[in-house]
Design a protein around this ligand. Structure first.
Ligand code: PMT
Length: 407
């Protein structure tokens, strides 16, 4: 049930692009206006082939904005002002074409220009043929937009206007209304505003020679999700990331590093901070004296690698002192006796909380999408059910917020 209190008085700029689902956007305008939302609409040229400007104008009780080059519109209501005078931009339907133009940063019509020029939150409701949605190009465009902070509702599965079945149907108007209420609720819930956080994520690569390195299976999914979740609650986040294939999470400053020593230096450069979360799988050892010449296979005995210990970033950040973050959270990756080893690790490293996870073969913790964790604090252990890493991150970020606000 959409929250009327959250929506009343809000201003939505609705971009209607050219898809058969555009007719549902007329219903969306009505549902939003019933809830006290002011709706202003931008209709693309293709959108106007599916719904008439007159219908949109009648329902919004406002001018329909269509032309980037209209001197009247530009002088009376330029594209910057259209965005400035909105609290949220909603693109419904978001066609494959418009998503591609948004991802490429194009500004070739009024809709794309407003979307490029805005600093307001953007919610898209994709709608297209199932194969267009599943095409690698559309999936890559959507992933890129989401990594930049664009929110998405749908598409839903179902029979489409083209008589095909699958994901591609635009979300229903009331689902979009609820997603809009969700965006406004999230925007007003920023308990970590004014707090600085450091998050480590991913593996480190420790060189053996200029072309080889020692690494591990960490994908960065868990650490990146934690950085995004803390940022969503208003924290100013520095993510210190080892080499991963993930896009930088929206709203975070990201320091890309390779080795443990570089990770430590980047963390120290990000101090002072209120919060540190060490989710990276840092190599405990590096190769002593890794040179700048490639090791040669010369038919003799294989070279022996001498290892030397890396600095411990979590233990360093946890060390008492003026610059110690108020809350330091470590992770413990264990393959047996998870709680006992993790509890001992919390004491040994000196951090406040430790998040224990089982990384035994078959759990999929390294690299997978889900995680099963136990949050160990001085006063006890909370065991969480298996959930997606994003959900672990959100729950951990909420626990961090509770620590600071006492609520
Ligand atoms: O990246 P994903 O594929 O999503 O996988 C997530 C994860 C399994 C990597 C993550 O959930 C996790 O458990 N991270 C910690 C991995 C690890 O190295 O654990 P550890 O028990 O060896 O280290 C304990 C703690 O010390 C960790 O917070 C680690 O970041 C930190 N550490 C370890 C060594 C070191 N030199 N410096 C450190 O800061």
């Amino acid at each position: 049930m959409a929250d009327h209190a959250i929506l009343a008085g809000k201003r939505v700029l609705l971009v209607i692009a050219g898809g058969i689902a555009a007719y549902k956007s007329l219903e969306l305008i009505r549902r939003l206006r019933e809830r006290g939302v002011t709706v202003r609409a931008v209709l693309t040229e293709a959108g106007a082939r599916f719904v008439t400007p007159l219908s949109v104008q009648a329902l919004t009780e406002d001018t329909v904005y269509r032309d980037l080059w209209s001197l009247t519109d530009e002088s009376e209501m330029g594209h910057i002002r259209l965005s400035r005078e909105a609290d949220l931009l909603v693109v419904a339907p978001a066609t494959a074409n418009l998503l591609a133009r948004m991802a490429a940063g194009m500004a070739d019509d009024l809709a794309a220009t407003v979307l490029l020029a805005t600093d307001k939150p953007v919610l898209v409701a994709p709608a297209m043929n199932v194969r267009m949605w599943q095409h690698a190009a559309t999936q890559a465009n959507m992933a890129l937009l989401e990594s930049r902070g664009v929110r998405r509702i749908g598409p839903n599965d179902g029979v489409m206007a083209c008589n095909e079945y699958g994901p591609g149907r635009m979300a229903e108007p009331m689902e979009i209304v609820e997603a809009i209420a969700g965006v406004f609720a999230a925007e007003s819930h920023r308990p970590l505003a004014g707090r600085r956080a450091i998050v480590t994520s991913g593996p480190t690569h420790e060189p053996i020679d200029p072309v080889r390195y020692i690494a591990n299976r960490s994908s960065g999914k868990q650490g990146h999700a934690i950085a995004a979740a803390l940022a969503a609650l208003g924290a100013e986040v520095t993510l210190v990331s080892g080499p991963t294939r993930l896009p930088d999470p929206a709203g975070c400053r990201v320091a890309h590093i390779e080795t443990a020593r570089e990770m430590l230096a980047a963390c120290e450069a990000a101090l002072p901070a209120d919060i540190a979360v060490c989710a990276a799988a840092v190599a405990d050892w590096r190769v002593d004296g890794a040179g700048d010449r490639k090791l040669k296979k010369d038919g003799g005995a294989p070279p022996a690698l001498a290892l030397t210990e890396n600095p411990d970033i979590l233990a360093t950040l946890s060390r008492p002192g003026e610059r110690r973050p108020a809350l330091v959270v470590g992770f413990a990756a264990e393959t047996g006796d998870v709680l006992a080893y993790a509890t001992a690790k919390r004491a040994r490293k000196g951090c406040d909380w430790i998040v224990a996870n089982d990384v035994s073969p078959g759990t999929g913790t390294f690299g997978g999408s889900d995680n099963t964790v136990h949050l160990i604090r001085a006063d006890g252990v909370e065991s969480w059910p298996t959930m997606p890493k994003d959900a672990v991150a959100t729950r951990l970020a909420e626990a961090v917020a509770e620590y600071f606000t006492g609520k």
